[in-house]
Design a protein around this ligand. Structure first.
Ligand SMILES: *Cc1c(COP(=O)(O)O)cnc(C)c1O
Length: 432
C-alpha cells in the first residue's frame, strides 16, 4: 500500500522546492511555530486537510471568499464561462459587465482598469498619481499594507518624522526614500510631514480600515484630517480598499465615511476567489492610462473572463440577498458573545471587530489604533491560542497580526462550533 499523504510529508517536499515551502510567506507557520496544515478541499465555511480533518476556516484565503468557499451560485457561473472562454487577450463583454456594475453603484468611481492582484492595483495607482501631479513622493502610514510594491515595503526611519528605511532586502534606499511614513492616529505627525514635504507629495495612500497589521480601526476625524491636508497641499488621495472594498459595504470605507477618494484600489472580494485586482477613480486621472494616455500599464491575463464572471456573480448575490447587512450583524453579535465569555472567564483576551472582520488580541484599556499600541508578548499569546484552536478544528490565519474573515457560509453551525472552540482555547491558553 502507498504511504499515506500527510501535511508533514508534503511540507518536507515543499521545503525542498519552494522558499520556506510556500508561495506567500504568511501561509508558512513561521510566526506560530509548528508545521502548516495542507488542505485539499474547501467548501463554504470549511477546509479539509489532506488527512481528512475538517476545520472551520476563518482565513478564507485572506478575504476573497465573502460567500465562503466555492459558493454554489458563483460556481454555476464559473462552470458556464469555463465552457466558453478562459483567457482571450482581446475585447470581451465580461469585464465590461463587472466594470459597469461597479461604476453604477459607486459615485466616485468613474473609470476602472482590471489587473490581477491588489499589489498590481496599488503599483498602477501610484504611477497614475505621480503622472498626474508631476511629483515623486508618496505618503504612507505605518501599519498599513499595500502589497509588495517596492516603494511600499518601507518602515519608519529612526530620525525625522516622515523619514523611511527599506523594510525588505532588495529594495534600494533610493526607492524607499520616495516614500514618506507617518504613524496612524496622529494628526500632528501628518501635519509635520505635509509642512515639510507637502509640495513633493503626489499622493497619500491609506487603508481607510487598516486590517493587515491587526485591525487598527481609525477615528473618523483622523482620516478626514489626512484627506484635508492632502487636498490643501495638492496631493491626491488613494484609498486602498483591497480588504475593505465590497466587504464593509458595496462602496467600502469611502462610502461609510462619505469621502470621495481620487483613486481607489480593489482586490480580494472583487474576484470572487479568482485573481482579480482593480484600480479606478476620477475619469481625468484614469484617462492618463495607456492607451488613452501616457501612463503605461498592461497585463496578459488582466480582466480574465473567469475572474470577471466570478466577481460579478459574487457581487450580485451579495446585493440581491442583502448579505452584507446580515454578515455585519452576525459578526458583531458573535464577537460580543466572545468578549462576554472572555470576561466571564476572567481571561485578559479580547476580540475587536468591524463589519465582517475580527481580530484577537490581549485585552487593553484603550482601543488599538496604531502599531505603537501593540501589546508586548502578543505574538506568543496568539501562538498558544492558534494551536489550541487548530487542535479543536478551527483554522485561523497563522499570524498574530492577520485578521479573521467571516463569510455568509459561517452563519449557524460554523459560528456555533467556533464559539465553543474559542472559549475552550482561551481557557486553556492561560493555563499552559
Ligand atoms: C491584500 C492587500 C493588498 C495586496 O493584494 P494582493 O492581491 O495580495 O497583491 C494590498 N492592499 C491591501 C489593503 C490588502 O489588504
Amino acid at each position: 500500500m502507498a504511504e499515506a499523504i500527510t501535511s508533514k510529508s508534503l511540507y518536507e517536499r515543499a521545503l525542498k522546492i519552494s522558499p520556506g515551502g510556500v508561495h506567500s510567506p504568511v501561509r508558512a507557520s513561521k510566526s506560530v511555530g509548528g508545521e502548516p496544515v495542507f488542505f485539499r478541499f474547501a467548501e463554504g465555511a470549511y477546509l479539509e486537510s489532506v488527512e481528512g480533518r475538517r476545520y472551520v476556516d476563518f482565513c478564507q484565503s485572506f478575504g476573497p471568499n465573502i460567500l465562503g468557499h466555492r459558493d454554489p451560485d458563483v460556481s454555476r457561473e464559473v462552470e458556464k464561462i469555463l465552457s466558453r472562454a478562459w483567457t482571450l487577450g482581446a475585447c470581451e463583454p465580461y469585464s465590461l459587465e463587472l466594470a459597469e456594475w461597479m461604476v453604477s453603484r459607486i459615485p466616485w468611481l468613474e473609470q476602472v482598469r482590471f489587473v490581477c492582484s491588489g499589489t498590481e492595483a496599488v503599483m498602477s495607482a501610484l504611477r497614475v498619481a505621480r503622472a498626474a501631479t508631476g511629483r515623486s513622493k508618496i505618503l504612507k502610514f505605518d501599519g498599513c499594507y499595500h502589497g509588495h510594491v517596492d516603494s511600499m515595503l518601507v518602515k519608519a526611519g529612526s530620525g525625522l518624522a516622515g523619514e523611511v528605511a527599506s523594510d525588505s532586502a532588495g529594495v534600494p534606499q533610493e526607492i524607499a526614500s520616495t516614500t514618506l511614513i507617518a504613524p496612524l492616529d496622529n494628526e500632528d505627525a501628518v501635519e509635520k510631514v505635509f509642512a515639510r514635504s507637502g509640495r513633493e507629495i503626489a499622493a497619500v495612500i491609506l487603508e481607510p480600515l487598516p486590517a493587515n497589521f491587526g485591525l487598527l480601526i481609525q477615528r473618523e476625524e483622523f482620516i478626514r484630517r489626512v484627506v484635508e491636508l492632502a487636498r490643501q497641499h495638492g496631493a491626491l488621495v488613494i484609498f486602498d480598499e483591497v480588504i475593505s472594498g465590497f466587504r464593509v459595504g458595496i462602496g467600502g470605507m469611502a462610502e461609510r465615511l462619505g469621502i470621495r477618494p481620487d483613486l481607489v484600489t480593489y482586490g480580494k472580494v472583487i474576484g470572487g476567489g479568482f485573481p482579480v485586482g482593480c484600480y479606478g477613480g476620477r475619469q481625468d486621472l484614469m484617462n492618463l492610462v495607456a492607451p488613452a494616455g501616457p501612463v503605461y500599464q498592461a497585463g496578459t491575463l488582466s480582466a480574465n473572463p473567469v475572474g470577471m464572471v466570478a466577481g460579478l456573480a459574487t457581487l450580485k448575490k451579495m446585493e440581491q440577498g442583502q448579505i452584507l447587512g446580515k454578515l455585519n450583524d452576525q459578526t458583531s453579535q458573535f464577537c460580543q458573545k466572545l468578549n462576554q465569555h472572555f470576561e466571564r472567564l476572567d481571561r485578559p483576551w479580547a476580540v475587536s471587530e468591524y463589519a465582517s472582520l475580527f481580530w484577537f488580541h490581549p485585552r487593553t484599556d484603550q482601543p488599538l489604533r496604531s502599531v505603537k499600541d501593540f501589546v508586548t508578548g502578543q505574538a506568543d499569546l496568539y501562538r498558544k491560542f492558534f494551536h489550541a484552536c487548530l487542535e479543536r478544528g478551527v483554522y485561523l490565519a497563522p499570524s498574530a497580526f492577520e485578521v479573521a474573515f467571516v463569510s455568509s457560509a459561517h452563519f449557524g453551525a460554523a459560528l456555533d462550533k467556533a464559539e465553543e472552540v474559542f472559549v475552550e482555547a482561551v481557557t486553556e491558553m492561560y493555563e499552559r
